[in-house]
Design a protein around this ligand. Structure first.
Ligand SMILES: [Zn+2]
Length: 306
């Protein structure tokens, strides 16, 4: 039987930085320009993206995000509790008890619904910040899945610790976030290079490298590495582990330049896009363009809750 690799390009769509004092585009317009550029590049390469959007932007520019959905891309909710205009907090989501997480995510979901007229179904927390209550809270609020985890990252300052976390698409666990479980909520983790050593990042955390174009907070890598080689390692490791549903997840941000010849982010993105087909060919796999919601529904339909 043919093996599919579901290819999930995702973008965290952040509010403008001047508003929050954090990372993000210089203006809402610049941020939307980056979204359009990214979408255009993906479409030319035969892929569609999933856009995790901060709720203020969905509320302010609903038509923009409707157009994205009409083009076959996915839209979901992204929330940095440290940037949330509705109720700015000092720390990220994983720093809160269940009741406060519920309140914050519900408030963000209402803002999203004010814009698009429907509740969000998929979620990604800012900085992949979560604790053992997060999956249950999201499920209770009607979410079907999301990109919650970044396997291996250890960043206590952001309440993000995913050491030993399940690296492949799985049903979440109700009480222990690192393990697969029986909650009807599908986490599709960010793809990371698990066969390379855990690295120290100059920003102050430990992680396995991932395929994002550019650095975590800048246009250029803080420490340079070869995306094509990392892509190969991720896919070869996945082939050895052989999870039932294979997903490749790449994350980008809307404060990068995806088009200029001089932009490292643009070059990194091209390297990844050009590498997927040949690496899959070598493994006998077929790359399939997909959105988060499509893969979550596929996973739920084909895998049994145990
Ligand atoms: Zn973010």
């Amino acid at each position: 039987m043919e093996t599919s690799l579901f290819v999930l390009f995702t973008m965290d769509v952040e509010p403008r930085s001047e508003k929050t004092g954090n990372s993000g585009p210089a203006s809402d317009e610049a941020g939307m320009h980056s979204v359009r550029d990214f979408q255009g590049i993906l479409h030319s390469a035969g892929y569609r993206g999933t856009y995790f959007v901060h709720p203020e932007l969905v509320e302010a520019y609903p038509e923009f995000y409707r157009t994205i959905e009409r083009a076959g891309s996915g839209v979901g909710l992204h929330l940095h509790t440290s940037k949330f205009a509705g109720a700015t907090r000092r720390c990220e989501l994983g720093g809160f008890e269940a009741a406060e997480q519920r309140e914050l995510i519900e408030s963000a979901s209402k803002m999203y619904e004010n814009g698009l007229g429907v509740r969000p179904l998929i979620f990604r927390p800012g900085c992949f910040s979560a604790n053992d209550s997060t999956y249950g809270v999201l499920y209770d609020l009607g979410f079907i899945g999301g990109g919650i985890s970044i396997p291996g990252r250890i960043w206590p300052d952001r309440f993000c610790v995913w050491s030993g976390a399940c690296p492949y698409t799985h049903f979440a666990h109700r009480t222990f976030r690192q393990c697969a479980g029986d909650l009807p909520f599908v986490d599709i983790p960010l793809s990371v290079g698990l066969t390379t050593p855990l690295c120290h990042h100059p920003v102050g955390f430990q992680h396995y490298r991932d395929l994002r174009p550019g650095g975590v907070y800048s246009e250029t890598d803080e420490v340079a590495y070869n995306r094509r080689e990392l892509l190969r390692q991720i896919l070869q490791g996945m082939a050895a582990d052989d999870p039932p549903v294979k997903t490749l997840v790449i994350d980008v941000h809307n404060d990068r330049d995806f088009t200029s010849a001089a932009s490292q982010a643009a070059n990194d993105l091209r390297t990844v896009l050009e590498g997927i087909k040949p690496e899959c060919r070598e493994l006998g796999w077929t790359p399939v363009s997909a959105t988060y919601e499509e893969v979550i529904r596929h996973y739920t339909a084909t895998q049994t809750l145990t």
